[in-house]
Design a protein around this ligand. Structure first.
Ligand code: SAH
Ligand code: SF4
Ligand code: F3S
Length: 444
């Protein structure tokens, strides 16, 4: 630990990418704090800046490269400043990462965060080191991610992914799929609930293929136990893979009032030809059947999805099948992307990236326009209803309003009427756009 004479070194983490990276930033924070480093309030106050990065799409990588240029400028003004790049980009680019920017002092992949204090020390002596080993045994057990007292928390239940979807880098950046022990996940949930946490999101790239390494219990068992252990806490989970969602899991969601009625179920495309080339492991008919099954078991459930426009060999007909799927299913919301080839993936090795960029963008825009219309219709239909919202923060526009989410994961901005973040508030919905509901706390 630092002494009074020596000023402690502070660090600041910028987190990019998915919730798994956000959870990992909590782990990194604890590892550094345990060695006496202190969290800085902003990047300007920090002696060490870490970028915890995402490699999933081309634009994610471009963003980091721009950011590193900015940090290079900061380093000219602040000579002692250290910059580390962690997460999926260095794991993917390996030592080549150092050539991206002279600003980088050290790099570390998702399985090596326990070595960060040593990397920092070496960097202070001028060494430029990489820690990029995969370690399937690394689950960061015993590292308290420091969430006590927070309203919402992520709880990773597994790491890695074995699915090998043809377009995706995640299996290359995160390594083999492995699950946390059931007892340790439930212990964590119990602790969070006792400390007043109001919302817990169980995390995995492929959360519903969870398999307890000790007693073989599956994700439905885990979800049921989570719902039971934390009866006053909202339980969410992401991301589910369509091929692994089954009736037992869906019935578990329906049976627990505190397990949120929202399922994020990425489909990627409405065309069987694309799903086959993408190696998703299911047909579009199977997907539609699962949507029917979910809706028959959980009335009022919100289903969201991810779509990729312009994957290899995508024809106008394939694209039309995606539009048709969106119109038929009427997803609550969707994350929509155009395909960007990721070197090393199955698609990059075996398929030509042959849809011209302008066409990818045109198709993506059609998908976005259609989905925005659908979301707007679904959100408009909420006007006049009263929904239960977990308040997360003050709204960006006004301190007299709060922002929060419904159990179905819809964002609501409402007049606070004395409520604070962390409160569960009944809100009367008075307005809607395609992405936000507005309303007022129901005083009745
Ligand atoms: N594990 C999650 C997805 C993780 S990546 C799942 O299986 O659903 C999040 C989303 O990014 C994916 O669902 C996909 O829609 C998108 N994505 C991944 N790789 C991509 C690529 N190469 N180009 C465009 N979008 C991509
Ligand atoms: Fe990527 Fe597929 Fe794994 Fe999701 S399930 S992380 S898309 S390989
Ligand atoms: Fe991105 Fe890595 Fe997550 S590539 S989506 S940060 S697992």
């Amino acid at each position: 630990m630092s002494t009074g004479e020596q000023r402690a070194i502070t660090f600041y983490i910028h987190t990019f990418g998915c919730q798994m990276n956000q959870a990992d930033s909590g782990i990194i924070t604890t590892i550094l704090r345990n060695e006496g480093y202190l969290s800085a309030a902003s990047e300007e106050d920090a002696g060490i800046i870490l970028l915890n990065t995402c490699a999933v799409r081309e634009n994610a990588v471009d963003r980091i490269e721009n950011y590193l240029q900015h940090l290079q400028g900061m380093k000219k003004r602040n000579k002692g400043l250290l910059v580390g790049v962690t997460g999926c980009i260095p794991q993917y680019r390996r030592e080549e990462m150092f050539t991206v920017s002279p600003a980088i002092d050290f790099i570390a992949g998702p399985d090596t965060y326990r070595t960060l204090p040593a990397l920092v020390e070496q960097a202070q002596r001028g060494a430029r080191l990489a820690a990029l080993d995969f370690n399937p045994a690394e689950m960061y057990e015993g590292i308290d991610p420091g969430r006590q007292g927070s309203t919402s928390a992520f709880v990773p239940v597994m790491r890695g992914c074995d699915n090998m979807c043809a377009f995706c880098v995640v299996p290359f950046t995160r390594g083999r799929e492995r699950s946390h022990a059931f007892s340790s996940v439930i212990g964590e949930i119990r602790g969070l609930a006792l400390s007043g946490c109001r919302e817990i999101t169980l995390l995995g790239q492929n959360v519903n293929s969870y398999l307890d390494p000790e007693e073989g219990r599956d994700f439905a068992d885990l979800l049921a136990a989570a719902g039971h252990e934390a009866p006053d806490t909202r339980i969410r989970f992401t991301t589910s893979h369509p091929k692994d969602i089954n009736e037992r899991l869906v019935s578990t969601i329906a049976a627990h009032g505190n397990i949120c009625n929202h399922i994020h179920l990425p489909v990627q495309s409405g065309s069987n030809a694309m799903l086959g080339l993408m190696n998703r492991g299911h047909s579009i008919e199977e997907y539609r059947e699962k949507i029917g099954m979910i809706r028959s078991i959980i009335p009022g459930v919100a289903i969201s999805t991810d779509i990729i426009a312009g994957f290899c060999r995508e024809t106008e007909e394939d694209h039309t099948s995606t539009l048709r799927l969106l119109s038929d299913v009427r997803f609550d919301s969707a994350f929509m992307f155009f395909y960007s080839t990721r070197p090393g993936t199955l698609a990059a090795r075996t398929l030509a990236d042959d849809v011209p960029e302008a066409l990818k963008k045109r198709r993506l825009q059609e998908i976005i326009d259609l989905q925005n219309d659908i979301s707007a219709g679904i959100y408009r239909a909420e006007i006049g209803t009263v929904v239960e919202v977990l308040a997360e923060s003050e709204s960006r526009r006004s301190s007299s309003q709060l922002m929060g989410r419904t159990g179905t994961n819809r964002v609501v901005v409402f007049d606070r009427e004395g409520h604070e973040p962390g409160d569960l508030v009944r809100v009367r919905i008075t307005g809607a756009t395609s992405a936000t509901l507005t309303g007022e706390a129901d005083l009745a």
